[in-house]
Design a protein around this ligand. Structure first.
Ligand SMILES: Cc1ncc(COP(=O)(O)O)c(C=O)c1O
Length: 383
């Protein structure tokens, strides 16, 4: 009998693959990890120094919205990088972007409300929404369109089944697709016309390879912005992120934060404040991803995977596996067990067409990507 919940909640397959990969490693196998969107480098050295200095004293809760120094630093970031004025009082520091989603959903909507997400998309969107009692509309994207979402896609989906909110990421996971300013303006204007609240997941900002990341804040003060130190600043395990809220939602989000989480972890907030001053270090990491991006994309194409051009941003290649299999989970399990390469099945991101895709992450080292390609070459020949 299946042990899956009946409300559509599903395991996060990337984590399930990681669990299997760790078990193989514990048994002595060597595994190339291309399954997780996790930077291979630690945070900048000065971040760790700041935490070491603060450790003896930083033991208590902070203000529910977060340390004022961090929120002022974030407001400064929006001024410097995006040319927009943000009131530190409109910022709430969160436990990664993940807790930001919970605050955003409950601040802007009531359980039962319908929220649209893209398909493929980050799996936790659907799982979190369903787990919290919201309804989900999926807007299908296509490889032929570069996996880009447009205002026309939103309007067509809304005409079929109206929704109150749209949660959308650029650059996106798993495709890396990123919209430019005109594309984002189209999405923002469509949401405004339809009365849809936009939640803009900007967690991969800074990791655009084709131009500067454009924040929805540059175009509207009515969107909820979600961001995190996990990716650009290499701080996944610190569980620290932030959100910027429209004025009408700030107080409700603050009250929810007080009651649900009290505050984000104090030491992580101190680390994040230091990280904001370490963009040079983050750019060095990005240069590594930029090299990996081409290495992986060209390598996968040479092996016969169906990959378009290298992704616009983030650190993923969403590869078509039609030449090899129509069962992404089975493909990934065998790839892991037989070749020692961990990758994430497309069914994690797309419950309809995901069996035709596998997501490879290039957030790790060039050496591990090169080794994974070599192992896959031998394995594909042997199959
Ligand atoms: C699009 C997207 N949003 C949010 C997250 C969650 O990240 P965190 O909670 O570490 O900020 C991820 C993680 O991979 C992601 O890919």
């Amino acid at each position: 009998m299946s042990d899956l919940p009946t409300d559509g909640l599903r395991p996060f397959q990337a984590m399930e693959i990681l669990k299997r990969a760790k078990a193989l490693e514990a048994a002595g196998r060597s595994i190339c990890h291309l399954e997780l969107g996790e930077p291979g480098s630690p945070p900048a050295p000065r971040v760790l120094e700041a935490v070491r200095r603060a450790l003896p004293d930083a033991q208590g809760y902070t203000n529910a919205k977060g340390l004022i120094g961090l929120r002022e630093g974030l407001a400064g970031y929006y001024g410097d990088q995006h040319g927009v004025v943000v009131d530190p009082e409109a910022i709430v520091c969160t436990m990664g972007s993940s807790s930001g989603f919970i605050l955003a959903f409950h601040a802007a909507f009531r359980p039962g409300a319908r929220i649209a997400v893209t398909r493929p998309g980050y799996p936790a969107y659907i799982n979190t929404l369903l787990g919290l009692g919201f309804a989900v509309t999926e807007i299908g994207l296509s490889a032929a369109n570069g996996w880009h979402l447009s205002g026309a896609d939103i309007a067509a989906a809304h005409a079929r089944e109206p929704f109150e909110g749209l949660l959308f990421a650029s650059p996106a996971n798993p495709t890396g697709a990123a919209v430019d300013r005109a594309g984002l303006a189209d999405i923002v204007a469509t949401c405004a016309r339809l009365g849809v609240t936009l939640i803009s997941d900007e967690i991969y900002h800074g990791l655009d390879y084709r131009g500067p990341s454009v924040s929805a804040l540059e175009l509207t003060d009515q969107a909820i912005i979600i961001n995190s130190f996990s990716k650009y600043y290499c701080m996944t395990g610190w569980r620290i992120g932030w959100m910027v809220l429209p004025e009408r939602l700030v107080r409700r989000a603050e009250i929810l934060q007080q009651n649900l989480f009290i505050s984000a972890p104090t030491l992580s907030q101190i680390a994040a404040t230091a990280a904001l001053g370490e963009r040079d270090y983050a750019e060095e990491q990005k240069a590594g991803y930029a090299t990996n991006r081409l290495l992986l994309n060209q390598g996968l194409a040479a092996l016969g995977f169906d990959v378009g051009r290298a992704s616009d941003g983030a650190f993923y290649d969403y590869a078509g596996i039609a030449p090899f299999s129509n069962d992404a989970m089975g493909f990934c399990e065998r790839l892991l067990d037989e070749a020692g390469v961990a990758a994430t099945p497309g069914v994690d991101f797309d419950r309809v067409d995901g069996n035709g895709y596998v997501r490879f992450s290039y957030a790790g080292t060039a050496a591990s990507i090169a080794q994974a390609l070599e192992r896959m070459e031998g394995w594909l020949k042997r199959r």
